[in-house]
Design a protein around this ligand. Structure first.
Ligand code: 16G
Ligand code: MG
Length: 545
């Protein structure tokens, strides 16, 4: 790094002094905190993004400003690698170091060392695309990111506007593949592949209305744009943020999935209707309906990420079966986390699919799904997608030419090709996931209730325990067992044994200062009681804060 470059960073970093008493860490979802504390962090992530681009031959890198399902006064920042996936984990420690550097001099020295170690040719100039969600603090933070990007001399910051997180990841991936990569290309791609799948439905019935909860965030607004070009779907969008509702407050996928109650704006008048919720940045999707017998109660029947995964698996398996022996050679696999409901795991296994488990956090699931020809991954919270291996996709495209048009095999292959375009191959995407669910339900001629009957969820309970030091909990790589504190797993196992179909695990949260407890059993009372005794164990082994 030459003197001019050093001077550039020193000068711009004076504008963004680090607030006292914050210690941030680039967790599963990037940096997140109260928005008022984040300017210096976002500025520094701007620098990191330029360096990441330079390290990878000036490929385009994405920087997203969002705090997803957190409250509106929070914000956050995360980086999309040129592939459209999450920032390489190898760079996370550097992100932590620069975010916490206490002075401009320390910042420069860390950057200088890192540039040397990584052999980054800083003179070329990188390119970073900046997106943000609808949070009021987004614009100000975006300016900080721009200054950070440009302080690496020769690097370009492109403001791509208000977007969902998956839109930005999709655009970055498309750009680096040399494809058309604007927001309208994103919409165009969804529209074309959705229409193609609709056109391939064997017997088309009239479809019923879907009611969408947009979490008062960016997803509902983008969905409004999208449905203007789609005639085969009837969607009423509520909680768009224009009617005075607050982002994520009593609404959205995280709220509905965790609380299992109706979001604001929904009630008994909607009983029996097919409903869906996005989270604040539209990378999570869950479905639900209000049972008619609830008579004024606020409980919902939830169709979470596991149910969505099961529906996708069933549809893909059906297409592979139609292709016949050659289709059956495809390695179709499923990736879940320890939070997946045991009934969903049994269901996909009975279908003959391979199931593997990954640590919580999208990047871990994504990595494992890449090992299959077609890998479907979902977290119970509604984040997930389907990955197609390049070689399998080329095989499918080849088969489209071999089979005669209009034949069952040709249709099945065409459905899979269209599906691979519809579903976002970069990250879980609520908009594309919703369109895929809708077209599969139409294909099957199913109501949301019929879909829900695929299997019955085992009763479960999640609780969190505040402890003195959550890092004292160390788990196996799949998080199903605790290795530390010593002896706790034996004690948990002894509790589990007391319950029919009992299962429980503990893990330190990556986003909150707590230890999470998950328990599952054959009745709700049993699941509650198992969760509470495991929580007691956590307290006695770790001490509560
Ligand atoms: C983040 C993760 C999500 C995970 C959640 C777990 C991404 C993009 N998001 O939101 O996948 O389920 O953290 O939170 O990776 P926890 O560690 O606090 O339980
Ligand atoms: Mg999100």
């Amino acid at each position: 790094m030459d003197e001019t470059q050093i001077a550039s960073i020193l000068k711009s970093s004076e504008l963004y002094p680090i607030p006292q008493s914050v210690k941030l860490s680039y967790g599963t979802a990037g940096f997140r905190a109260d928005a008022s504390l984040l300017e210096s962090t976002v500025y520094r992530v701007g620098i990191l993004s330029s360096l990441r681009s330079l390290k990878l031959n000036s490929s385009t890198v994405g920087l997203m400003i969002t705090a997803s399902h957190n409250k509106v006064s929070d914000n956050g920042v995360k980086v999309s690698d040129p592939s459209g996936g999450m920032l390489s984990q190898e760079w996370e420690p550097f992100a932590d170091q620069i975010a916490n550097a206490s002075s401009p001099r320390e910042l420069v020295s860390l950057i200088k060392d890192f540039v040397e170690k990584e052999e980054i040719a800083i003179e070329k100039g990188g390119e970073v695309w900046l997106g943000r969600d609808t949070r009021p603090s987004g614009e100000r933070l975006l300016r900080a990111a721009e200054i950070g990007v440009r302080s690496v001399l020769g690097s370009v910051a492109v403001d791509v506007g208000v977007l969902t997180t998956p839109q930005l990841h999709w655009m970055v991936r498309a750009k680096n593949k040399g494809l058309n990569a604007t927001e309208s290309d994103y919409f165009e791609n969804l529209i074309t592949s959705f229409k193609c799948l609709i056109g391939l439905i064997p017997v088309k019935l009239e479809s019923s209305k879907l009611v969408l909860d947009g979490a008062n965030g960016v997803g509902g607004l983008k969905m409004e744009v999208l449905i203007r070009s789609l005639s085969d779907i009837d969607v009423e969008i509520r909680n768009t943020g224009r009617d005075g509702g607050v982002l994520n407050e009593g609404v959205g996928a995280d709220f509905v999935q965790k609380e299992k109650v109706v979001p604001l704006g929904f009630g008994v008048k909607d009983a029996g209707m097919r409903c869906a919720s996005f989270d604040g940045d539209a990378d999570r999707l869950v479905y639900f309906y209000i049972p008619s017998e609830s008579c004024g109660g606020d409980k919902v029947e939830l169709l979470d990420g596991d149910k969505i995964l099961s529906l996708f698996a069933l549809f893909i398996k059906e297409q592979l079966n139609i292709i016949g022996d050659e289709g059956k050679k495809c390695r179709l696999g499923v990736v879940q986390t320890a939070y997946a409901n045991g009934a969903s795991t049994d269901y996909v296994k009975e279908m003959g699919l391979e199931v593997v488990f990954a640590k919580t956090g999208v990047k871990h699931l994504h990595e494992k799904a890449e090992e299959f020809d077609v890998g479907i991954y979902f977290e119970a919270n509604g984040h997930g997608t389907i990955l197609f291996a390049e070689c399998f996709l080329s095989w499918l495209v080849g088969k489209q030419k071999d089979y005669s048009e209009g034949s069952d095999k040709h249709n099945a292959v065409s459905r899979l090709v269209a599906l691979s375009n519809l579903i976002n191959q970069a990250v879980g995407d609520a908009l594309s996931g919703l369109l895929l669910v809708e077209v599969i339900l139409q294909h099957m001629g199913w109501s949301v209730q019929k879909w829900n009957e695929l299997y019955k969820d085992l009763p479960s309970r999640q609780v969190k325990v505040e402890v003195l030091d959550r890092t004292a909990v160390v788990t196996t790589s799949e998080e199903t067992e605790a290795l530390k504190p010593l002896g706790i797993q034996d004690a948990i196992n002894a509790e589990i044994k007391k319950y029919g179909r009992g299962r429980a695990f503990i893990r330190p949260s990556g986003t909150e200062d707590v230890v999470r407890v998950y328990a599952e059993a054959s009745t709700q009372e049993a699941a509650d009681s198992l969760a509470s005794s495991v929580a007691q164990l956590v307290k006695s082994f770790l001490g509560s804060s």
